[in-house]
Design a binder for this molecule. Structure first.
Ligand code: 5RP
Length: 221
């Protein structure tokens, strides 16, 4: 099974998993990236069963609207029943690295709002320990130098994502060379550096469910 088919299998399994929770007043949170795009396509097949979506990026908002799915501002949503999104790495404790697509801040906000977070990945994403994928950190532009020096002090090699501006008008540092032994502690430590908006470790906001698509079908972690 190639990567796209595995992602598609996980996306459709997530749609099937959440379908019983859909109701005329339900709001669904939607992530960002190629796997989330496949979920949006699958969700569109049941768009008559829920009220609206909240989105983690301008790109996902556009794709939802093309499918005729109403997109609400998060502040206008009374509750978000479930959030479905991909990831760049998943460890055995279900801690994640996210932000390869640069949408980590809005993703973390919607994940924190939702009652349940369902993560959908292909079988290249589970790892024994987080950190081979460079950790994205969203930074206020004027703090880029300070944050880079502090991240280097933590043992990483931060690389400025050239030519990329987040939906929030900020920049991304991708931190190479981290071996993340304690994701909860490192998430908190990086978030305390002045100028950091969010980092791509999702440990405080771990998904309740991870669906992994692969040659044998979809496995639930
Ligand atoms: C975007 C993300 C994505 O979920 C992550 O990069 C995985 O992307 P893909 O589904 O394309 O492999 O965090 O900010």
């Amino acid at each position: 099974m190639d990567g796209d088919r595995a992602k598609s299998a996980a996306a459709r399994a997530a749609r099937d998993l959440i379908e019983p929770q859909l109701a005329p007043d339900a709001v669904v949170g939607v992530g960002t990236g190629s796997t989330a795009n496949l979920f949006i396509d699958a969700l569109a097949e049941v768009r008559h069963k829920f009220d609206a979506a909240v989105s983690s990026s301008e790109a996902s908002t556009e794709r939802l609207r093309v499918h005729g799915i109403h997109v609400l501002d998060l502040n206008a949503a009374a509750a978000v029943a479930v959030y479905v999104d991909g990831a760049d790495e998943v460890d055995p404790s279900r801690a994640l690295i996210k932000g390869g697509g640069g949408a980590l801040t809005r993703e973390k906000i919607v994940a924190a709002t939702a009652e349940t977070f369902v993560c959908i990945v292909d079988d290249s994403k589970p790892v024994g320990r987080l950190g081979a994928f460079p950790l994205p950190v969203e930074v206020i532009p004027m703090a880029r130098g300070l944050v880079a020096r502090r991240l280097a002090g933590l043992g990483g090699q931060p690389v400025y994502r050239q030519g990329f501006v987040t939906d929030n008008g900020n920049v991304i540092l991708d931190v190479h060379g981290l071996s993340i032994v304690d994701p909860d502690a490192l998430e908190r430590e990086i978030d305390h550096i002045p100028g950091v908006v969010t980092n791509g470790i999702f440990a405080a906001e771990r998904p309740e469910v991870v669906l992994v698509g692969g040659p044998g079908g979809v496995e639930r972690l």
